[in-house]
Write a new protein. Sequence first.
Length: 325
Amino acid sequence: MQEVRIGFIGCGGNANGHMQRLSDLEGVRIVGTCDVQQERAESAAERYGAQPYTNHNLMLERDDLDGIYLSLPVFAHGQPELDVIARGLPFLVEKPVAVNMEIARQVEEAVNAAGIITCVGYQLRYLGSTQLARQVLDEKTVNIVIGKYWSGSGRGDPNSWQRQMSRSGGQILEQATHTIDMMRYLVGEVEEVYAISANRVLKEIDCPDNNCVTMQFTNGTVGSLTTSWSYDSGDWSHANVLDILYENQLIHWGVGGLDVREDGEVVSKTAPGPSIDEVFVDAVRRGDGSKILSPYSDAVKSLAISLAAIQSSETGAPVSISSIG
């Protein structure tokens, strides 16, 4: 089996999960770890037998890299991706892909010009329950979709970048982008949103802690998304869940599985699915990204919905997705 050699730009947060899963895959080796916090880079390098860096351009000078992971705060996206593209390397980048459309379009244009394999960290698309939901909904008329992401993620250090609107975009952009992406993936494209936001509890941060978004889908479906990150920090059962009414039936989708009515009874179903890391590594090894469900250009569409919702909540007016960059 051809060995795939991976470098990491960003070694905190979600990068740790990716590193662990990659270390369990046959024929994969992490060769470089880069982080602006030297101790993070060194700690990851020690765990996985890699070379640590604090400057990603120095790591990109290596001649033994086959692919790159970018696990960066929202505000840090842009130049690192462009540097990886200039090196001609496939990459997996965490969501959301940028803090604004200007950066996202610049990277998207460079990706398209280079013709490289890309993958964005919308890992929920790869779940077996997600593929089961797509089978159920195939050629069905969806009436309405209701999404929810309630968590306690807004609690904690108010000086953290996640809780600064200018650096993270707040919950709709930084976190609930997963739910928005699943609504797109299971139901279809969104053409217009109207949103209202409030800061009800977490007065020490400048991000709204509660949001409500109404969506008009291109295919005629209507939908809504409610988000809160002032909820109980220990309860994740209300995060990333969808209720989808199609024709005269209902499915309830969540990370853990799918509830659907069969023969008059509601049954819970799940199925195995590959991890996003397996899919990306296989694509790099084969030089074929056709099995990647979340390429960069597609992820930009999910970003646009988040940004439209933020704009709507600020202006008090509906916003068409086509007007967002």
